[in-house]
Design a protein around this ligand. Sequence first.
Ligand code: NAP
Ligand code: G4F
Length: 385
Amino acid sequence: MNKRALITGITGQDGSYLSEFLLSKDYEIHGLIRRASTFNTGRIDHIYTDPHLSGARLFLHHGDLSDPGQLTDLIYNVQPEEIYHLGAQSHVRVSFDAPEYTGDITGLGTTRLLEAIRRSGIKTKYYQASSSELFGASHPPQNEQTPFYPRSPYAASKLYAYWMTVNYREGYNLFACNGILFNHESPRRGETFVTRKITRALANILSGNQKELYIGNLESKRDWGFAPEYVEMMWLMLNQEKPNDYVVGTGVSYSVKDFINTAFSYAGLEIEWRGTDIETKGILKSMDTKVSASLKTGNVLIVIDPRYFRPTEVNFLQADISKAKRELGWEPRIHFSELVKVMVDYDLKMVGLGCPGEGAAACKAKGFGYTDHSTSLYEKVRQGQ
Ligand code: NAP
Ligand code: G4F
């Protein structure tokens, strides 16, 4: 009998990679999706099959984290052995514009799901998508003992969800784990998160479709890892003997400026930074020959737009991954420069340009087959297509 998993947020970056991973392990998957007037399943279309066909193992159910009745019905009907709660309003900057909505979906949505589990009376295991944003202003490196200091409505909502998860573990004996994941990225990353915004802008600049990249705080530092690796950790947490909370990251951090320099340099463009604060500009200093006919040295390619600043910023996140290393055997496989290359390669291809291909090669060398939206990472899932 296949194991059954329920995934909220299945249409998001992590939900899509997790689905592929669980399919490769022969799970039957049920995903909660929001009804939308346009298709919102682009990241999972390649693994979806008609549920009428025999052998279908991925089923989608309409619902919303704001609707407790639907959640209870779904959990009772599906009776999943594992629940991965990834659904959220996950954008930190947006959470300042929509603090109440973020609290409702990202915070209370978690309680609705936990209550649905409790009221339906099923025996299941629960994964909570907690975040390094919980640490906020606490000094790096951060680990499971570091005090939380949330710096946004998003982080405050995730803090509430974190403690509700602990509370249901302690109060109702629920097998519940918090994965405190540091930033993880991929070609499937939402287009308004900074890494993808940079790699898309780079591709558009090179193809002549965009003149400048407007950006916010260049100095903040993040511990950026590769999303497909991180979803494997979610599964691992639920498949330990006892439930526990784990920090997952790479242990190494870079600034937003570092990310830009690395991405542009990989595509053959060297950036020189001039000016300070909001007057800082990224100027094209040199470029490989034949990179782009429309670009000239001296062009301003990066400009600060204070609109992207946050009322309260998280300056420096860096994971101390000792516990995950010790107890789960965690070792990040894809490192910063490889991650940047994977994302740049993909976005160059998306605008019809050739790419150096070093990202895809690094992935392949480390056991990741494919990373784009239209193909699965896992051989077994690809063969079943
Ligand atoms: P994402 O790409 O933004 O995906 C969020 C998912 O939540 C989407 O499937 C979205 O559906 C769904 N969702 C949003 N509002 C909903 C609602 N009201 N009802 C039901 N579903 C709703 O996020 P991600 O990067 O995959 O991250 C997954 C989870 O991990 C999130 O909880 C995030 O906060 C957390 N996290 C992420 C990172 C990271 O670096 N990526 C790090 C730590 C924690 P639509 O597709 O319809 O919008
Ligand atoms: O890419 P970001 O928007 O990610 P952020 O805020 O770190 O949040 C992400 O990671 C969290 C884990 O730590 C998740 F919980 C959360 O759901 C989300 O996935 O911003 C990264 C940094 C910030 O310091 C931001 O101020 O980049 C800075 N930044 C500079 N310019 C920008 C921009 N961020 C965005 N989104 N857009 C900019 O133009």
